[in-house]
Design a binder for this molecule. Structure first.
Ligand code: SPD
Length: 403
């Protein structure tokens, strides 16, 4: 069903429509009915899988949407062997007469309070699997490009500021990004005995680089992002996150991170941060055993590898596999999990892995005074000395999942 819903939404967007919402019902044992409400009317589908048949209605108003684009996309998406279509014009222009209504000013709660413009849009971005969905209301897309690797989009959300999505998955938002970027950077940098050289794989929005560069003792910071469109979108629409991408101390390389790691010399980095997307599309290789073995090789003796390791609740299978894989490479007692609370990621509970090659240990951070002084001078909003320790205290069900 997710494929059908996703295809209907893609077909609407590609045709130039603005999606308001969608609802789909799955019949037992098979069959789907669903509607995508668009600003310009609606798209509806009903399927008879037992006949390999689907009927689709594409209704539009005005001339901004081209329903034939949707028709072709859906034919492709459903791999239809045969398709037939009828176009009907609705209404008769000659009969239309404009009426003058008396429009009473409607004010919503927010505009009543601060005098801001009336908001009447009810348009939602939704990230979902087949059982769970997370929705954010938005005022429209600021960026939407199909890059060589993925669909890169920036939405102007009403609660979380501008939000970067890749292939329909939330990557970061202006309002809660600091949780992820502070936790992926400062936990390793404040526990490594003497970090000098850092490699960031992915992280094209720049948030991780911004936090890493707050550690002034670093001599080399390299970031390898495969998709220049992620960098472009972030520079244009997420300035507070991407602000350090032009920092002269950052060696920003647009290339395949896997290739970069394969070609890097043994022991060349003290810290490797894998700031990847989820394990689908271009990031799939960043979740493979071969890649982590190479990361292990390029770490110095006391090197640390940090990765975002998905949500224990939303991506349970991948989550378990990640820890099994890392332990096979770094050793049973060298891999640790820590958690942070990120409201715009599915389930809100997000995990990071900390794998140490040598003597670095996640709970042996610098003195509390030093950590607090750093957190204050760097104006951190989530990370502090106590939070660092607490993040490694795992709920029992998470501990059980990774043994
Ligand atoms: N589902 C969210 C996975 C997080 C991916 N990385 C976010 C990039 C932020 N720099």
């Amino acid at each position: 069903m997710v494929h059908i819903e996703q295809s209907m939404e893609n077909a609407a967007e590609e045709a130039g429509a603005t999606i308001i919402n969608s609802t789909f019902h799955h019949f037992s044992p098979y069959g789907v009915s669903g509607v995508v409400v668009i600003q310009e009317s609606h798209l509806a589908i009903h399927t008879w899988p037992e006949y390999g048949y689907a009927s689709v209605d594409l209704f539009t108003c005005g001339d901004t949407v081209n329903p034939w684009v949707s028709y072709q996309m859906l034919k492709d998406a459903f791999e239809a062997g045969h398709g037939s279509a009828v176009e009907l014009k609705r209404g008769e222009m000659a009969l239309l007469k404009r009426r003058n209504f008396e429009v009473k000013a409607m004010r919503d709660e927010r505009s009543a309070e601060d005098g801001s413009p009336i908001r009447t849009r009810d348009v939602w971005f939704t990230e979902r699997d087949d059982k769970i969905a997370l929705s954010l209301k938005h005022d429209g897309k600021l960026y939407d490009v199909q890059s060589d690797y993925q669909r890169v989009a920036v939405y102007n959300t009403q609660a979380y500021g501008n939000m970067l999505t890749l292939d329909g998955m939330v990557m970061t938002t202006e309002v809660d990004e600091y949780v992820y970027h502070e936790m992926i950077s400062h936990v390793p940098l404040l526990t490594h005995p003497d970090p000098k050289r850092v490699l960031i794989i992915g992280g094209g929005d720049g948030g991780t680089a911004r936090e890493v560069l707050k550690h002034k003792q670093l001599e080399e910071v390299v970031m390898v992002e495969i998709d220049d469109k992620v960098i472009e979108a972030s520079k244009l629409h997420l300035p507070s996150i991407s602000q350090s991408l032009d920092d002269p101390k950052l060696n920003l390389i647009v290339d395949d991170g896997i290739k970069y790691v394969n070609e890097a010399a043994d022991g060349s980095f003290d810290l490797v941060i894998v700031d990847s997307t989820d394990p689908v599309g271009p990031a799939e290789g960043l979740f493979s055993v071969d890649f982590y073995k190479e990361v292990y090789r390029i770490l110095s003796d006391d090197g640390i590898m940090i990765t975002q390791s998905e949500s224990p609740r939303f991506n349970s299978k991948v989550f378990k596999e990640i820890y099994q894989t890392y332990r096979g490479i770094f050793g049973q007692d060298k891999v640790h999990c820590y958690l942070a609370y990120i409201p715009t990621y599915p389930t809100g509970m997000w995990s990071f892995s900390y794998s140490s090659k040598g003597k670095a240990h996640p709970l042996k951070q610098k003195s509390k005074e030093e950590v607090e002084a750093f957190a204050q001078s760097a104006k951190l909003k989530y990370y502090n000395a106590d939070l660092h320790q607490a993040a490694f205290a795992l709920p029992t069900f998470v501990r059980d999942m990774i043994g």
